[in-house]
Design a binder for this molecule. Structure first.
Ligand code: ATR
Length: 288
């Protein structure tokens, strides 16, 4: 007896620019792997039109999209168009995934922090309470990382940021409003802050392609500490190279990218997908 084909579904990544996005590779791999009917496409939406994002979201809904991912510069700008905001997206003040329901309502999620924590679990870092954590940076990536680390059990997060006032404000908000144990450390003291840490996270833009290396001396960091960078272009930032040379275990931002995609795919296509060796190899091949 012939089986009924899965219904056709479409999703995409909305941002500007989106030409460089690896998300189509990831989601289209899973669509094929699980025998689903669908496409995941790039949706270039310019930020400078006042109605552009609103119209684009309404248009997607009219065209029967299952949903979309949102990337720069739309993660916060999309909030007014969301009917149901999940608690993590609410705390973040940003969404990276929209899901359109049959009744036309839009739910907004933020899976970046989930992706980060899962990427650490993948490399064996599973006890988030085992020691202090230093996070560098206080932008969107840092906030996602810290909220997810706290949800996973982190007991002490030391936060340093080039602009100290941003670290102080973020630490205060996280402690007072979310009960997340974040303590601001002056940027000038970031190297000493590594003393006794089990995990170091670079969530600044430093070390990214086209940017200078992060200015950080690792001497105070215990050799057992995991050194992690949310950057994946390049896969090995100068920070990770220096950490490897000292003998640290390291992890880059590719695992976060792959893992944040999983719950979005599940919400649109109904399958919680796996990150196979084949997918990882395909993603890695795009960096050659
Ligand atoms: P994202 O959303 O990817 O986190 P972002 O919000 O622009 O991006 O944040 C970039 C982070 O990199 C910020 O913490 C920023 O520090 P400031 O708050 O001082 O701007 C940090 N950053 C940018 N340039 C830096 C530099 N030259 N040295 C150290 N940190 C830097």
């Amino acid at each position: 007896m012939a089986t009924t084909p899965a219904p056709y579904k479409v999703a995409g990544i909305m941002g500007w620019p989106v030409g460089q996005s690896r998300s189509p590779l990831i989601h289209n791999y899973w669509i094929a792997k699980y025998g689903l009917e669908g496409d995941y496409i790039r949706l270039p939406v310019k930020p400078d039109s006042p109605t552009g994002l609103k119209d684009a979201i309404a248009g997607m809904r009219a065209m029967g999209f299952a949903g979309c991912n949102l990337t720069m510069p739309h993660k916060t700008a999309a909030l007014p168009f969301v009917d149901h905001l999940d608690p993590m997206a609410k705390r973040m003040g940003a969404v990276n995934t929209l899901v359109f329901a049959e009744d036309g309502s839009i739910s907004g999620y933020n899976n970046d922090g989930f992706g980060y924590v899962e990427s650490l679990r993948e490399v064996g870092y599973t006890d988030f309470a085992k020691g202090p954590i230093t996070v560098l940076g206080a932008g969107g990536a840092a906030r996602a990382v810290m909220l997810a680390l706290a949800d996973a059990g982190a007991k002490e997060i030391r936060l340093a940021n080039r602009t100290d006032a941003n670290a102080v404000a973020t630490a205060q908000k996280f402690t007072d409003e979310f009960g997340v144990p974040v303590r601001a450390v002056p940027w000038a003291d970031r190297c000493q802050a590594l003393d006794g840490c089990a995990l170091l996270v670079n969530a600044t833009s430093q070390g990214m392609y086209g940017q200078p290396a992060l200015n950080l001396v690792l001497d105070a960091l215990p050799l057992a500490a995991l050194v992690s960078d949310v950057i994946y272009v390049p896969l090995e930032t100068p920070l990770l190279a220096a950490a490897k040379a000292r003998g640290h275990q390291t992890t880059n931002g590719l695992g976060m990218l792959l893992n944040q995609a999983r719950p979005a795919f599940k919400a649109w296509f109904g399958v919680m997908p796996e990150i196979t060796d084949e997918l990882r190899a395909k993603a890695l091949a795009t960096f050659q």
